[in-house]
Ligand binder design. Structure first.
Ligand code: ATP
Ligand code: MG
Length: 454
């Protein structure tokens, strides 16, 4: 962002003009060196928070105790943090005390990895006491200082190492990995939300399989407060079967997180009904939890349907839309409409999108040729049915519950809700036209039938 960079330069310039030292630090310098897009720019300075707040018109005291002031300039915001060192790490988490220091070197020393411990001045000079630039070129993740000590201080750093290895495709040094294996029990102290945030970046990143494989090999999630199912978190051969399917993750777009999360849980053999408590324990937002759960339910239902469905006659390879007798297709269509009504049009669309993504990723398993072909046929048809379902909720009907009551002269009651639901299902399936007169007629017939049989 050129706009952001020049606003950031302005922040550095004002600090320097006032006689302070100021540098870009951390992720933004690293991403610049890697040629990656920079999403936010952190600034480190010798000025203390009060002095920073004096220099700029618009500031937010984000974390004064830790030396952080957010400076707003044009439409951008910058975290400006006083050079500091950290002491008194408690419970393998964040430090208890921070102490402001004079020099940027001291500030870089507290940072986790060499690639994150580089400072850049306004004139473009790099301050790189730990050789971060070289490590970036080699694609290495190296701790600043002794890995065991740094991971003892703050266990989250271990997961950050795995995240960077996953997102950048970098290699953790052997010494780092050894330290990680030694310190992994410290993960028990880290808040689930912070673990989840790193997990999200792994799962939604460009190399999710690499990250998940490192997580499994390290056993890093085993001590976590909300562990993933054993297949994902246990080192050793368990769960390896799932890893081939896991590759499907990469084919799924990351802009709709539910696609990848549902696929991950599916590969880990998490049943739909187990998904909700699991995702909730990981503090996932309700919307995502509901979407993922719906995707798993739809998948289970479709899986059962395709397994139970009549085998296509003769040749197992079925050209899309043909070869299945109308009876089976009609059965599938009705079932799909039912699923769409039950889980909603949006969830159904997500599932279709997920499956289309996986299917286009290539020959996923030759061994299940017939099964896959059937699934491909189902997908192609379902994508069409999905568009044609005329109603999704009772309020989409051309007849209201009130009109049913006045039309039939009956008072409301549980029967009314049931009747409306039946109408909805019939209209959705195409058995009834969504027309007031037609629906009223159907209601009358139904109610008369009920009376005769009583
Ligand atoms: P990104 O923003 O792309 O996730 P980042 O490296 O900027 O990557 P942030 O969490 O924004 O990550 O942290 C900014 C900087 O603060 C890091 O580059 C690093 O120097 C330092 N840092 C962050 N978390 C830790 C930690 N747990 N221990 C030590 N230093 C850390
Ligand atoms: Mg950052």
């Amino acid at each position: 962002e050129p706009g952001m960079a020049s606003a950031g330069d302005e922040v550095l310039r004002r600090l320097e003009t006032a006689g302070y030292q100021a540098f870009y630090v951390g992720g933004c310098v690293r991403d610049e060196l890697m040629g990656r897009p920079v999403h936010d720019m952190d600034i480190a300075t010798s000025a203390e928070p009060a002095q920073v707040m004096e220099l700029f018109e618009r500031t937010v005291p984000t974390g004064l105790a830790h030396g952080t002031v957010t400076v707003l300039l044009a439409e951008w915001s910058f975290e400006v943090t006083t050079f500091r060192k950290e002491t008194g790490y408690k419970d393998h988490r964040r430090p208890e005390e921070v102490e402001f220091v004079d020099a940027v070197d001291e500030d870089l020393k507290r940072r986790d990895f060499t690639m994150n411990a580089i400072a850049r001045s306004l004139d473009g000079q790099l301050f790189d006491p730990y050789g971060g630039r070289g490590d970036i070129e080699r694609g290495w993740i190296r701790c600043v200082g002794k890995p065991e000590e740094r991971f003892e201080e703050d266990a989250l750093r271990m997961l950050r190492a795995v995240r960077f290895a996953s997102v950048f495709g970098f290699k953790p040094l052997t010494s780092l990995w050894r330290g990680l294996l030694q310190c992994r029990d410290g993960m028990a102290y880290i808040a689930v939300e912070r673990i989840r945030a790193e997990l999200e970046r792994i799962v939604l990143g460009p190399r999710p399989v690499r990250g998940l494989e490192l997580l499994r090999r390290s056993g890093l999630l085993l001590p976590a407060k909300a562990p993933l199912p054993p297949a994902a978190s246990r080192p050793g051969a368990d769960g390896l079967d799932g890893l081939a399917e896991l590759a499907g993750l990469t084919a799924l777009p990351a802009d709709e997180p539910a696609l990848r999360w549902s696929w991950l849980l599916q590969v880990l053999r998490v049943a739909a009904e187990e998904a909700e408590p699991l995702l909730r324990s990981w503090t996932f937002p309700g919307v995502l939890t509901r979407q993922v759960t719906a995707l798993l339910y739809i998948e289970e239902a479709v899986g059962e349907l395709l397994e139970a469905g009549t085998e296509p006659a003769g040749d197992a390879k079925v050209p899309a839309g043909r070869g299945l007798d109308g009876g089976v297709l009609e059965q599938w269509r009705r079932y799909w409409v039912y699923l769409q009504l039950t889980f909603g049009k949006d969830a159904a669309a997500l599932w279709l999108r997920r499956e289309a993504g996986r299917l286009s990723a290539g020959p996923e398993a030759e061994s299940e040729g017939a099964e896959k072909t059937k699934r491909a046929v189902f997908l192609a048809e379902a994508a069409k049915w999905h568009q044609t379902v005329p109603v999704h909720k009772v309020t989409d009907l051309a007849l209201t519950a009130g009109e049913v009551m006045s039309g039939s002269g009956r008072r409301g009651g549980p029967w009314l809700g049931e009747l409306m639901k039946e109408l909805l299902e019939q209209v959705a399936a195409g058995d009834l036209e969504n027309d007031k007169a037609v629906l009223l007629q159907a209601v009358k017939e139904r109610l008369n039938d009920g009376q005769e049989s009583n």
